[in-house]
Design a protein around this ligand. Structure first.
Ligand SMILES: [Zn+2]
Length: 251
């Protein structure tokens, strides 16, 4: 048994699970350590000084204890930096929670923690400012996260002819990218997901930010096809089923 050491870090609460009568287990994305599990003992007692700050998607400056022989961190104290869900409208709050859901399902190497922490903060801030088409902001968040994790989706070139200028018509999971209209052959139908015309347009313009955000109103079908491309990609890479349960609540 090693001695407990005190650790200061910044983190965002991705999930909290009631534990025993008065405690929570917090799953946090910490700036320094990636995803960590923190036991906050006695925190659900109303007289506890930290009672009000333990909400989902709160960013906290925390002091934790860690016993070197254990995976777990113990919450000592915290101060609220920002409450991202506070006064956030419903749809935006769901897209914020979908990002948390994504982070909960992936493996985060410690060396990627800083970048992902920065990314999710920028995503929350940007989402707060857009009017409509939140899905596009969410997809860009996912694309950036995939680049950080080294498992990006190639949105720019056809994965067969490598040309940039052709129109993407199908997603090819095995190659983590899209096939252009010139390379598509009927015998590929079994292995690819053919894209709706509007989806093709969005894929082509996904990095052309202002154009997309201003011009477009997304239908539920388009959103669900693009979400499913991400889910298939993630399942291929992590060898398990992925989901965005929160997004099912969007009308
Ligand atoms: Zn091609």
């Amino acid at each position: 048994m090693g001695k407990n050491r005190e650790i200061k870090t910044r983190g965002i609460i991705l999930r909290r699970i009631p534990f025993k009568e008065t405690s929570f287990i917090l799953e946090m994305l910490s700036e320094d350590f990636g995803k960590i599990s923190v036991i906050a003992k006695g925190i659900r007692k109303e007289k506890n000084a930290n009672y009000g700050i333990i909400d989902i998607l709160n960013e906290l400056e925390v002091v934790l204890y860690k016993n070197p022989s254990s995976e777990w961190y113990i919450f000592k104290s915290g101060t609220l930096v920002k409450a991202y869900l506070y006064e956030t409208e419903f749809t935006k709050s769901l897209y914020m929670q979908a990002a948390a859901e994504f982070l909960l399902q992936i493996i985060i190497p410690e060396e990627d923690a800083h970048k992902l922490f920065r990314l999710i903060k920028d995503y929350f801030d940007f989402l707060g400012k857009v009017i409509g088409n939140e899905a596009i902001v969410f997809w860009r968040f996912l694309l950036r996260a995939l680049v950080i994790l080294g498992i990006e989706i190639n949105m720019r070139n056809c994965v067969i002819c490598e040309k940039r200028e052709n129109f993407p018509v199908a997603y090819f999971p095995q190659k983590s990218g899209f096939i252009c209209e010139n390379c598509f052959r009927p015998h590929l139908k079994e292995e690819v997901i053919e894209l709706d015309k509007k989806v093709s347009k969005i894929i082509r313009d996904i990095y052309n930010s202002n154009k997309l955000l201003n011009d477009l109103l997304l239908s539920a079908e388009i959103v669900s096809q693009i979400n499913s491309i991400f889910l298939i990609h993630l399942s291929e890479h992590f060898h398990k089923k992925f989901h965005f349960k929160t997004l099912a609540l969007i009308k």
